[in-house]
Ligand binder design. Structure first.
Ligand SMILES: [Zn+2]
Length: 398
């Protein structure tokens, strides 16, 4: 187990906790929100922007990087951190979600998934082993097992089948990962004994042994509590460095999502990080931090921004709306980001209507600031022991 996770504070009234996750590329203070850098870039943001925003860990999509530029090219160039000039923590997904959401382009079998590239229609195959192999080539700090995520609503039979398959795939991924690690360790120790003291001089070069990424398991089971419990037992039984709650935000009502998140998080090991995949709105983040989740990712702040929808302390704002044509207020008067300090709603609206590149950049920066700032405040509140009071006020709209 190479991933050290310490819990530094717990809220007394809720399940919220603040932690520190030590990864090979730095410490991540949790709870945290990971912006989605689909193809090795958070659309519209430079890496300098992301650093300014205080992004601690990025999510990159295995499926997209596998198809373009290709994981072998990234491996040759020294891994994703070097390739995209991001020396901070990265988490890669397994590609499962993308592969399975390619409607009509994929076919699930016991062995893995056959799918066609959305770029050129070429045929590909991903298995639990292949997903780990591709992610090891990318070299993220945290990698995920390959799972089957089903949409809501799904029949009990479908959910049961997908949950069981996810369990079998998780076991195969873990076995493959351990075999690969053992091989790498042997190669590394052989290299060191062959080279003697010269090995230490080489340790800083691109060929030096890099710490193995931490492998996270994914719990499925839809909104069926019995299935969630079985999935937790099975995945935790196999044993991973962290656990993801998969299969949420796929169309289920909010109340069911919150209940199932709470139920599932409660059964996961207390001392391991919990990652809620693909969720959600700013409200979802608060609700799920209160239920014991540590890591989040979602395309919402970045995708919505490009569609002129921004999140503010007063709710969502559709910048293109005619009512903002002469509005000289910032996007969010309570926000301290550089966009809100400098630009007006009327200017942003004009940029969107004129199809200017700057529109998406500014809106994305603001939305990410809003998300990251809210999560930072939540963490601070947990540490200072006033999470529940602050959070209830936010919920009541005060
Ligand atoms: Zn702002």
């Amino acid at each position: 187990m190479g991933l050290n996770f310490e819990i530094v504070a717990r809220d007394r009234a809720t399940r919220a906790r603040a932690g520190r996750l030590h990864t090979p590329h730095g410490v991540v203070e949790t709870p945290t929100f990971m912006p989605v850098g689909t193809a090795g870039t958070v659309k519209g943001m430079t890496q300098e922007h992301l650093e300014q925003l205080g992004v601690q860990m990025l999510l990159a999509n295995t499926y997209h990087l596998y198809l373009r530029p290709g994981h072998e090219i990234i491996r040759e160039l020294g891994g994703l951190h070097r390739f995209m000039a991001w020396p901070h923590p990265i988490l890669t997904d397994s590609g499962g979600f993308q592969v399975m959401s390619l409607k009509g382009l994929g076919r699930v079998t016991e062995d893995g998934v056959y799918f066609r590239s959305h770029l050129d229609g070429s045929l590909h195959f991903f298995s639990p082993e292949k997903a780990v192999e591709v992610q090891l080539a990318l070299g993220a700090d945290i990698i995920m097992t390959f799972d089957e995520c089903v949409e809501y609503p799904a029949s009990h039979e479908t959910l049961l089948r997908a949950t069981k398959l996810t369990g079998r795939w998780a076991r195969r991924a873990k076995e493959f990962y351990e075999t690969r690690n053992a091989k790498l360790e042997m190669q590394n120790s052989k290299r060191i004994s062959d080279d003697g003291f010269r090995a230490s001089a080489l340790a800083s070069g691109p060929q030096s042994p890099v710490p193995s990424p931490a492998l996270f398991g994914i719990v499925q089971g839809g909104t069926d509590q019995a299935l969630r419990r079985q999935s937790v037992e099975e995945i935790v039984g196999i044993g991973f460095e962290g656990y993801a709650l998969g299969g949420f935000s796929v169309g289920e009502p909010k109340t069911e999502m919150y209940e199932t998140v709470a139920y599932t998080a409660d059964q996961l090991p207390e001392d391991r990080p919990r990652y809620l995949m693909g969720v959600g709105t700013p409200e979802d983040l608060g609700e799920c931090v209160a239920r014991g989740v540590d890591l989040f990712d979602c395309v919402m702040p970045t995708r919505n921004a490009r569609n002129a929808c921004v999140f503010t302390s007063q709710g969502k704002l559709i910048v293109k709306n005619a009512r903002y044509a002469t509005d000289e207020k910032p996007l969010d008067p309570q926000c301290e980001c550089f966009v809100c300090r400098r630009y007006t709603r009327s200017y942003l609206r004009h940029l969107f209507l004129a199809g200017e590149i700057l529109a998406g950049i500014l809106a994305t920066y603001h939305n990410l600031y809003f998300y990251l700032d809210s999560v930072r405040r939540m963490r601070q509140a947990i540490v200072f022991g006033n999470f529940e009071r602050n959070y209830s006020r936010v919920r009541a709209g005060l």
